[in-house]
Design a binder for this molecule. Structure first.
Ligand code: AMP
Length: 225
């Protein structure tokens, strides 16, 4: 292992929808200096740009269902080839199924995962968080009905329109949580068996959760060296 390698972080963030994965991954990315790779953000950008892939996935996403493993594996394999991700990465929203996890092992065989975080927040808490969530349709900044933008659902950051994501309605949320339990939760024992799982309590103020995450991940990274 060379000196440069010692400073890298290769992380996956698992957790229910609304557990705060996006917010925390942005912060971990800044802290560790690694790219934040969110498959949900990549797909939403493709939908907004009206690309062929965007047209293919829009209805699936709006209903709360999962996009096929095959398409997602291609998306992530291409993304992980870009120069910023060749040594470190923070994955958010991928893998979402055991087949995706198995494929990720292959894709990253030359730069294996250090830590898989399971950001733990109970189901009843995330249902309330998600149905209150509002997001800027232009830049993606998160708000909620409890903490709205200062001016009439206009984004404080970019002036874009702040809306409810089509997949944040109660019906879609219940579908997404059921899929999380059946498709994504099996990744917890999958990574536990590999000795890389780290469960972190996701309840409380975002800043406290960030501090908890950084301390726990740092510990693990140091222990691996
Ligand atoms: P997210 O923002 O991570 O909740 O993702 C939004 C939607 O994008 C999901 O509900 C799925 O429809 C789709 N999606 C994102 N990542 C994946 C993935 N790894 N596998 C399948 N579908 C995905």
């Amino acid at each position: 292992m060379d000196d440069h390698e010692i400073t890298r972080a290769r992380l996956v963030m698992l957790g229910r929808q609304g557990a705060g994965k996006g917010t925390q991954c942005v912060r971990l990315a800044a802290h560790f200096g690694e790219p934040h790779i969110s498959t949900g953000d990549m797909l939403r950008a493709a939908v907004a740009a009206g690309t062929k892939m965007g047209l293919r996935v829009k209805d699936i996403m709006d209903s709360g269902a999962l996009v096929s493993d095959e398409l997602m594996i291609n998306v992530i394999a291409e993304r992980l080839e870009l120069p910023d991700a060749t040594r470190g990465y923070i994955l958010d929203g991928f893998p979402r199924t055991v087949p995706q996890g198995e494929e990720l092992d292959e894709i990253t065989a030359d730069r294996p995962l250090h830590v898989v975080i399971n950001l733990d927040v109970p189901e009843e808490v995330v249902i309330e968080r998600i149905t209150k969530r509002r997001v800027c349709s232009t830049c993606g900044t998160n708000y909620s009905t409890d903490v709205p933008p200062t001016r009439n659902w206009t984004c404080d950051v970019c002036g874009g329109e702040v809306v409810q994501r089509p997949d944040d309605t109660e019906e879609a949320v219940l579908e997404r949580l059921a899929l999380y339990a059946s498709e994504t939760l099996p990744l917890v024992p999958f990574y536990d068996e590999r000795g890389v799982l780290l469960s972190v309590d996701g309840l409380g103020e975002a800043d406290d959760v960030t501090a908890r995450l950084i301390a726990a991940v740092d510990d693990r990274l140091v222990a691996r060296r």
